[in-house]
Design a protein. Structure first.
Length: 218
């Protein structure tokens, strides 16, 4: 069956969440440890809030995860320091191959489907100059629950007007790959770090190490 459109995860797939490391130097000499813990807690809070039925948008979740991480690591950070770290999320760097890969996939609709709040996604897309390279930027804010809830993945087919099994969902997050595949997408795992797949009973249709490999596969 031909692929009739593409749905991309944002954070970790198009945008490098650890490009906030430099901003972290204002509060710690080990900003990578802060960045890794911050990302871990950010995801945990999305899952916990979904299970509790207590949705808050991704900006709020991200700030809560940052505040927890700073306390967990015993760091001292002023409100201005925290604001600077949060604002780094609005200008995350995209991975180097992303603009060319998206450009070469033109001709079929390209969408971003992300946990990100609408203004976070709009800012990141604009900062990386991806505006003309995606037709749709879809936030979970529409359904007030986070991935891997089926209601989130349903936003792709409903927005693009294409059945899930005719769309290629692309994510670097193995848990997201599992969620999308369980929903019914065809899925590519962009396994940038050579990580093992999750033991969740579903597997990606394709595995690549960067998005240009996705283009050459086409």
């Amino acid at each position: 069956m031909a692929i009739r459109g593409y749905v991309f995860d944002a954070y970790g797939t198009l945008f490098d969440v650890h490009s906030v490391v430099e901003a972290g130097r204002v509060v710690t000499n080990d900003p990578l440890t802060l960045s890794v813990l911050w990302r871990q807690k950010q995801l945990e809070y999305t899952w916990l809030r979904s299970l509790m039925g207590r949705y808050e948008d991704f900006w709020t979740v991200t700030e809560a995860a940052l505040r927890h991480s700073v306390k967990r690591l015993g760091l001292t950070a002023s409100d201005a320091d925290l604001a600077g770290l949060m604002n780094a999320y609005l200008t995350l760097a995209c991975f180097p191959e992303v603009p060319e890969a998206l450009a070469r996939l033109a001709g079929r609709p390209r969408a971003i489907l992300s946990n990100g709040a609408p203004r976070m996604l709009a800012a990141a897309v604009a900062s990386s100059r991806l505006d003309g390279l995606v037709e749709h930027v879809i936030s979970v804010d529409r359904v007030k629950i986070y991935k891997p809830a089926p209601a989130v993945y349903a936003l792709g087919p409903s927005t693009l007007g294409v059945a899930a099994d005719e769309l290629l969902f692309v994510s670097s997050n193995a848990w997201d790959v599992a969620g999308a595949k369980a929903f019914g997408y065809r899925v590519t795992w962009c396994n940038r770090l050579g990580a093992p797949e999750e033991e969740l009973g579903v597997r990606a249709d394709y595995v690549v190490s960067n998005l240009m490999e996705l283009v050459t596969r086409e």
